[in-house]
Design a protein around this ligand. Structure first.
Ligand code: MTE
Length: 320
């Protein structure tokens, strides 16, 4: 059981959770009785499903030394047991439930404004991409952060495979939809499937990374196996998990969180300590593992790589 004492500075969870989600959680707790629910959902047992993953022999990938951290790596156990994956429920202990997700066969549809739509199996995709490991910080909009070794490939390499047309301005990502294995998807008041998006220019940025592994092994299911996005200068909700479809479009995609609450979660979602969430400050973050409270950095510390992408954009909320 992950027991953590709240410090004075920490925001109550009710304020760090999207409002409709919090109300929903309270309803469930009242209905079931908090004790039984917590016991049933206790600290999920560590599962080593990733070891039986058919791509396991490819790992570990060679580390790219260009990406360094200013803090120690977060312990693997914490990264694998403190998750946001609403398809499996609105709390952090979904690791056990997520093991129900079948990740082979797994195909990704690439469509929309591309030279030729196609589907590709995850193992074929792994064979075609330049695989590497990168150390990145990850900052959740809820004000917690981790530092992790992701394995995967540059999104720029995926774009070269996908061949978007010149008319494409955005890339839209979609998660699997299967309420039989993902109980959260039976909660009809969420706008399933989970959708996220980025501009083509953001996708071409060297930091944009498609992730297939973590800590030198295939990605655990709870962290978004077999394929997730990581845009480390943005809040973590942009890092869509378990991707089944990548579409190219000239229209800005309507994303899961912005549909749920457009005043709280926007399209750009770049990290900025000076722009509070409507219900809490973003000035500091809690490092999982040490529980240290550290100042949040604009662009999550990646400004040298990405600030230029936004130089000409006026009149839009870049930081929410
Ligand atoms: N992707 C899907 N499909 N569903 C989700 O609920 N949660 C997002 C993001 N990707 C989410 C998702 C949020 S809010 C965060 S902070 C990160 O995943 C969490 O990733 P982690 O659990 O691997 O730390």
């Amino acid at each position: 059981m992950l027991v953590r004492r709240k410090r004075g500075w920490e925001i109550p969870e009710s304020r760090a959770t999207p409002e409709p989600v919090f109300r929903d959680r309270r309803r469930v707790l009242q209905a079931l009785g908090a004790g039984s629910l917590l016991a049933a959902r206790g600290f999920a047992p560590a599962q080593a499903a990733e070891e039986s993953d058919p791509s396991a022999a490819l790992y570990p990938f060679k580390r790219d030394p260009r990406y360094t951290l200013d803090r120690p790596l977060t312990p693997q156990k914490i990264v694998a047991h403190y998750n946001n994956f609403y398809e499996f429920g609105p709390d952090k202990s979904i690791a056990g439930l997520a093991q129900a997700l079948p990740i082979r066969p797994w195909t990704i549809l690439v469509d929309g404004l591309v030279e030729k739509p196609f589907t590709i199996g995850i193992d074929d995709l792994l064979r075609k991409m330049p695989l590497e490991e990168r150390l990145y910080r990850h900052r959740c909009v809820e004000a917690w952060s981790i530092a992790v070794p992701w394995s995967g490939f540059a999104m720029a390499a995926f774009l070269r495979l996908a061949k978007p047309l010149a008319a494409a301005k955005y890339v839209r990502f979609q998660t699997f939809l299967d309420a039989k294995v993902a109980p959260g998807e039976r909660r009809f008041w969420y706008p399933w499937p989970y959708v996220e998006g980025a501009t083509i220019a953001e996708g071409e940025n060297e930091l944009a990374f498609l992730v297939t592994g973590l800590y030198g092994k295939p990605l655990p299911k709870q962290d978004g196996a077999p394929l997730r996005l990581v845009l480390p200068w943005k809040y973590g909700f942009k890092s869509i998990k378990s991707i089944v479809r990548v579409s190219f479009t000239d229209k800005r995609p309507h994303t899961f969180w912005s549909k749920l609450d457009p005043n709280e979660y926007g399209f750009w979602a770049n990290v900025n300590p000076a722009v509070p969430h409507p219900r809490w400050s973003q000035a500091f973050e809690r490092e999982l593992g040490t529980d240290k409270r550290v100042p949040t950095l604009i662009w999550n510390g990646y400004g040298d790589f990405v600030a230029h992408l936004y130089a000409g954009i006026k009149g839009q909320e870049l930081f929410r």
